[in-house]
Design a protein around this ligand. Structure first.
Ligand code: SF4
Ligand code: FES
Length: 332
């Protein structure tokens, strides 16, 4: 008979849930959902060993556990701190946490340019959302920002190092999804930067996923750069026959034209199915896809606005029953 694992009880901003031992505070918060979920600029559930770098997910632990009820002396990174039984956590309800988040946002923006009006990531940038909620109006530094020339790192990807926040997600993608990692974080401290190995181009089969995981506009799709602001495009769920990946993607369309292809993401903007370079960069012809219907963007951002329309008759519907259900929901 299998032994039942005792779950741990955790209360976040007054809401209680039960999770398996080893679950992080951030994942427990996601289980509760809503406003109590801390933002995460470097943690990315589908990637092993992510998190612990940006500190946007700091929370206050006001009670360590039932066994030891003392509060934790400092704010902790919720993506890297495991739940203890009876733990009590404050996120939105903690002044200290909110203050820290303002400070971390200011810190992330020390070198990041405020070039949202010309950045392709605008509208789906996590740092843009974070600065909107926690940013300060004025800078306190008078030093010159670190500046780098934009660089083509291979035929598909543009690196704007100025915008990078060194979250290391792209390095984990290359490590965990491709055969050969050809880029990484070079140097240390203030000099740290993303760079390729000498004369290398990022071309391996699944390397395009670095674009999807980058929380800011540091890595952008060269086949879609400046083609359209994201809020002028309509995301459509689509699938195709592919022998490298599951072939399930989102087509960002302008009229009948495919502006870009991305992986499907959940409400935390994390990829559900990694897609290969062939699907992402080379299938911009609508006849190569079966359109399933409009994609519901559940993430709270400008990206979720202005996107809903019924699938056009010219598209082949994969499953009419599903499409009908989506249309009916849209009409309500
Ligand atoms: S390029 Fe993007 S994904 Fe890579 S470390 Fe910088 S911010 Fe993170
Ligand atoms: S999301 Fe936890 S430290 Fe970055």
């Amino acid at each position: 008979m299998s032994e039942e694992i005792k779950k741990f009880k955790i209360t976040i901003d007054g809401q209680t849930t039960e999770v398996l031992p080893g679950t992080s505070i951030l994942e427990a918060a996601r289980q509760i959902g809503g406003q109590s979920v801390p933002p995460a600029m470097c943690y990315y559930k589908p990637l092993e060993n992510s998190g612990g770098r940006c500190r946007t997910c700091l929370v206050e632990v006001s009670k360590g556990s039932d066994a030891d009820s003392r509060p934790m002396p400092k704010l902790v990174a919720s993506c890297r701190t495991s739940v203890m039984d009876g733990m009590e956590v404050k996120n939105l309800s903690s002044e200290k946490t909110q203050e820290a988040r303002h400070a971390v946002t200011e810190f992330l923006l020390i070198n990041h340019p405020l070039d949202c009006p010309i950045c392709d990531q605008a509208g789906e940038c996590h740092l843009q959302d974070l600065s909107y909620e926690h940013g300060v109006e004025q800078t306190r530094t008078e030093f010159e920002r670190r500046t780098f020339e934009p660089e083509d790192i291979g035929p598909y990807i543009k690196l704007n190092m100025n915008r990078c926040i060194l979250c290391a997600r792209c390095v984990l993608v290359a490590n965990q999804l491709t055969d050969n990692r050809e880029h990484g974080i070079l140097f240390r401290g203030e000099h740290a930067e993303i760079s390729t190995n000498l004369n290398k181009a990022l071309e391996s089969d699944f390397i395009g996923n670095v674009i999807d995981v980058c929380p800011v506009g540091a890595l952008t799709d060269r086949t879609a750069r400046f083609a359209s602001r994201v809020w002028f495009t309509k995301p459509m769920n689509a699938s195709c026959e592919c022998d490298k990946c599951a072939g399930k993607a989102v087509l960002w369309m302008k009229g009948e034209e495919i502006v870009r292809v991305t992986a499907r993401k959940d409400q935390y903007d994390e990829v559900q199915d990694w897609i290969c370079n062939e699907c992402r960069f080379h299938k911009k012809d609508v006849t190569k896809w079966t359109i399933e219907g409009p994609r519901h963007i559940s993430r709270h951002s400008v990206i979720s606005l202005n996107h809903y329309q019924k699938p056009k008759n010219t598209f082949t519907l994969l499953d009419n029953a599903d499409a009908k259900e989506i249309s009916e929901k849209d009409e309500k």
